[in-house]
Design a protein around this ligand. Structure first.
Ligand code: UD1
Length: 357
């Protein structure tokens, strides 16, 4: 731990620490962010409606940090319950808003569910924050807003492309809603983080991803296949215009991604965010589906049986980040190697399997 981090921790212990609200704080990215915030000395409060998370995650957070954050089971679409929560605890310096639905396929079949949940939650928060004198906001956005970018790596000035799913639309709309709300307000300050593909788990294996049912995302499916839970992984297309024909993504360690949120909060609380700031949070490197499989096999020592099938509708051929702006302004950089991140994903899968026996 650096001297600065240690001093901050000590200072926060002797002073009253800054209180941060994390919505969706028991989810995959939320829980890793809660841990990093607590380790940086912040006083973290969680609300989560457990729609895609598990109460046991609190034990994992406590095992890592030695402290149990305040948690309440609240749905962010419930304005009255949210208002009561803000009144009960008062004094949040900032909110990190993760609570949202994220399954692309499901959003196509249940679009209104996605619009209601993702948009209403956001509007409630943005309305309640000024009433309760909370001025800092960090939003969980996605590289999905770029669609298939015209140039790679993609930077934050790249145009927003028409969304390919209602899920993607909710991210684009949410970004616009935040920009409009900040524009109309004197004292609302926002940082929007566009995540690339988060993977892996905390190095302690006390928290990680807990997919609901059969995972849609590549790495959890790879892990479960290696664990014998699926016969074969389906590789969606090998006829793309990429070196090995499979799609390319920027896979980032969820711990590195979590740390980017701490940097965003530091920056908000240091009053450095004058206008809304948007950052790509990625490694700057792309890996193909075949590279994921091969590297996973190498680091886990497990075989991942796979078959090539047709393309998945709505998939983007290739996208990876230019994270230079986040590197410079947030003073954040993705540190964990691709190998180590896949290793942590596999270790977590082994823990999940052991616990389910
Ligand atoms: C997807 C969403 C993205 C969202 C993210 C959230 C799409 C088009 N994009 O990202 O908007 O923010 O999830 O988690 O759905 N793959 C296989 N076999 C599988 C699963 C995936 O070959 O069983 C391939 C996909 O074709 C893709 C890559 O693996 O090329 C990564 O897929 P995935 O993990 O689902 O992430 P994205 O599609 O990038």
């Amino acid at each position: 731990m650096g001297v600065k981090k240690t001093l901050k921790k000590i200072w926060n212990k002797i002073s009253s620490s800054d209180r941060i609200l994390v919505t969706g704080g028991l989810g995959y990215i939320g829980s890793h962010t809660v841990v990093e915030l607590m380790e940086a000395g912040y006083d973290v409060y969680i609300i989560d409606n457990l729609s895609n998370s598990n109460i046991d995650v609190l034990n994992g957070i406590e095992a890592i940090t030695g402290k149990r954050p305040v948690f309440e089971n609240i749905d962010c679409t419930d304005y009255v319950a949210m208002d009561k929560f803000f009144s009960k605890y008062e004094g949040f310096k900032a909110v990190i808003h993760f609570a949202a639905y994220k399954a692309v396929g499901e959003s196509v079949s249940k679009p209104l569910r996605y619009y209601r949940n993702n948009i209403l939650s956001l509007v409630n928060l943005l309305e309640l924050m000024p009433i309760h004198k909370t001025h800092g906001f960090v939003f969980s956005s996605s590289c999905t807003v770029y669609g298939q970018p015209d140039t790679l790596p993609v930077d934050e000035r790249s145009p927003i492309k028409p969304a390919l799913s209602p899920y993607g639309s909710t991210k684009q709309m949410s970004e616009q809603i935040i920009l409009d709300a900040v524009h109309a307000s004197e004292d609302l300050h926002a940082v929007l983080l566009r995540y690339f593909n988060p993977i892996g788990a905390h190095p302690t294996s006390a928290i990680g991803e807990l997919p609901n049912g059969v995972p849609n995302n590549l790495v959890p499916f790879v892990c479960q296949t290696a664990a014998g839970m699926h016969k074969k992984l389906k590789v969606f297309g090998d006829d793309y215009n990429t070196p090995d024909g499979t799609c390319i993504r920027d896979y980032i360690s969820v711990v590195d991604l979590a740390k980017a949120h701490v940097k965003a909060i530091d920056r908000l609380l240091d009053e450095k965010v004058k206008k809304p700031e948007i950052y790509n949070i990625g490694t700057g490197k792309g890996q193909s589906v075949m590279e994921v499989i091969k590297t996973f096999e190498k680091v886990s020592g497990k075989r991942v049986p796979y078959e090539i099938v047709g393309r998945r509708e709505g998939d983007i051929e290739q996208v990876w980040a230019n994270p230079a702006l986040a590197n410079k302004k947030l003073k954040w950089v993705a540190e964990e190697s691709f190998e180590d991140t896949l290793r942590s994903a596999w270790r977590w899968q082994e823990v999940v399997n052991k616990n389910s026996k």
